[in-house]
Design a protein around this ligand. Sequence first.
Ligand code: FAD
Length: 407
Amino acid sequence: MSATNSQHFDIVIAGGGMAGSLLAWCLLRARPALRLAIIEKQTAARQSAEPAQQIQPASFDSRSIALAAGSVSLLQRWGLWQSLADKACPLQQIWVSDKGHFGKTLLTAAEYQLSALGQVLEVEHLGNLLGTKLLQQPNLQYFQPDTISAVTPTIDAQQVQLSSGAELTTRLLIIAEGGLSQSRQLAGFAVSSDDYQQSAIIANLALAQSHQHTAFERFTEHGPIALLPLTGQRYSLVWTVARDDVAALLALDESQFTAAVQQAFGYRAGIFTGAGQRAQYPLLLRRPDQVVRHRTALLGNSLHNLHPIAGQGFNLAIRDIQALLLAFDEAADPGSYQVLRAYQQLREQDIKRVIWFTDALVRGFSNSSRMVALARNAGLAAMLLCDPLKRPLAMQAMGRGQPYAKY
Ligand SMILES: Cc1cc2nc3c(=O)[nH]c(=O)nc-3n(C[C@H](O)[C@H](O)[C@H](O)COP(=O)(O)OP(=O)(O)OC[C@H]3O[C@@H](n4cnc5c(N)ncnc54)[C@H](O)[C@@H]3O)c2cc1C
């Protein structure tokens, strides 16, 4: 690649999904002079006259996500929550139970002196907001639809060749292409993978009565079923099923599917009156061997692709972004060894802990012993209530003495 023909950027983000787009917004907000590029594989999921929707990739699909209180505070600090709050549903209580067991835990916001345990948001709202904001950024260039075809390291840059033929150089390449990232491999990361042989079926369910801002996580002999309350008397369903059962469940018509969910879950959450569009996600645990390599960092699902059982994937990605902002701070070279090492140190322990815990939960629910069931419930409670903002230990370990609250 000839350096003269290539376009130069401070940071290139591969993947303009939830993590990549949010990072771009946070970076440009903190340092508007940075020259940024986003390379996104998918064309717009929907075309419309609204410019925000024209760049929306598939990451912002019909999924809903539970955001922990700490994640909501960060989105507020980053100037986003103010526009999302009225589209989100506050979580006031969570029932964790085992079908067929006595083990049952109720967590309430009041018990922990919180106004809410978290918030549930349909991800398309975040997509629309970020789309609108990013289109107004003069220093951000989109390459879409496009992908990276080769990455060549030099001492002070990564040279990035795109499938379209465009050539870019960047001081830092951030890979946020989700769990199946190709660029991660091109950049030399090795990835280990455990297939749970399960898939998650998601759909929105209509309810005959109010959900009272209550979420349910129910462990059944076939896998967990999560119901997250949404605005407008609806639940977001995440139903974990054996991979072999997916095709039959997707083939059911709406009333048959609604009845199947009702039968699997029972009546604890009330009567389901209908189900919206269904989608399925194969569930795997994918872990790269490193967080960073020469002038390259992984982010979001490219860094930690987890089972959704404990609703931690995007919450982790939000913490990745906060760590990147802290690691960059005012560094002149965003891809320097010091910056990347700081990012790695800030993220390693949190990611390890969440991966370990989530994996133990997935494997634990096939064990029907009462002890395991109770331990599982206690563990899930701890997970939901963990507040990473109260744990600035990694920063202290780095000896930089910066308050975690800066970004
Ligand atoms: C059923 C389900 C429920 C979930 N519930 C929760 C929850 O309650 N709470 C929570 O915190 N998390 C939850 N998650 C996890 C959350 O959805 C993910 O953590 C989040 O989507 C990660 O975002 P990402 O941008 O890293 O990856 P993705 O969302 O996968 O986005 C990757 C982007 O990169 C693009 N791309 C892919 N390959 C390339 C390429 N080669 N070149 C360029 N672009 C590329 C894709 O088109 C996409 O736009 C859930 C996940 C699932 C499946």
